[in-house]
Ligand binder design. Structure first.
Ligand SMILES: [Mg+2]
Length: 254
């Protein structure tokens, strides 16, 4: 007997390290855009746009930050912010609006092609495969990775892009959406993630169990929260919870 029916997972820095792929994606899609634009304009005998990887990349970042302030409800919808920022930048650099829209969209295609090239922790697929035998699984991410194209997509019949819901974690909405789609109550569910603020606290406050992936952290943990250093330690937490559930079951005489 177990009380736990469902487990929801954060993705970035929980099932894979995100730092390298994000840096390659950031750099790579913008470089692709500048090179493709240069070739396109050269073929049409048009001069280069005055955009460089470094200055243009900084301007692109500042445009996104500005836009997130101007349209706060979109602050977590990173794909939208990037598209609008690129469109505005290309138009400001002299492209006609129609071409700016097409090139911004093409750059974001390249962004997503690079963004899904994450390398899951070697234990992740086997772990998820074993968990699907006992639990319903869902993914809840604030990131803008393409959820159907990421390498562990097959394990997550329910996958929530919280930023695109306009309710990034720690907003409870993505958790409640996942629970409702899994048809489980919070106390029968667990969330696993690396962020104290965005994963652990909101899940715990909703009444879910929570597993915090963190190398460090000596503070006393609130009820229903457990800390592990790596996703591969999750089975031991689940075993412990299930054995406690059994003990409570027996001592309660139910
Ligand atoms: Mg994370």
């Amino acid at each position: 007997m177990t009380m736990l029916k469902a487990i929801t997972f954060d993705l970035d820095d929980t099932l894979w390290d995100n730092h390298g792929v994000m840096a390659r994606t950031e750099e790579g899609h913008y470089r692709w855009l500048l090179e493709a634009l240069e070739a396109w304009r050269a073929a049409r005998q048009e001069p280069d746009l005055a955009l460089t990887q470094e200055a243009g990349g900084l301007d692109y970042l500042q445009r996104r930050q500005q836009l997130a302030k101007q349209v706060p409800e979109r602050r977590g919808d990173f794909t939208w912010l990037r598209l609008r920022a690129l469109e505005a930048q290309l138009e400001a650099a002299g492209l006609p609006r129609s071409a700016a829209l097409l090139w911004a969209a093409a750059a974001m295609n390249e962004f997503h092609r690079l963004r899904v090239q994450v390398t899951p922790h070697p234990e992740a697929a086997g772990l998820l495969a074993a968990l699907t035998e006992r639990y319903q699984l869902a993914a809840i991410t604030n990131g803008n990775i393409h959820l159907a194209r990421q390498p562990l997509a097959a394990y997550f019949p329910v996958a929530i892009a919280a930023g695109e819901l306009l309710a990034p974690k720690p907003d409870p909405t993505p958790f409640l959406t996942a629970l409702s789609r899994l048809n489980v109550t919070p106390e029968c569910a667990m969330h696993v993630g690396d962020s104290w603020q965005e994963d652990v606290l909101p899940a715990q406050q909703l009444g879910m169990h929570a597993v915090w992936i963190s190398q460090t952290g000596d503070q006393a943990l609130p009820p229903r929260v457990h800390r592990i250093a790596h996703i591969k330690e999750l089975p031991s937490v689940l075993e412990m919870l299930e054995s406690q559930g059994l003990e409570r079951h027996h001592s309660g005489g139910v």
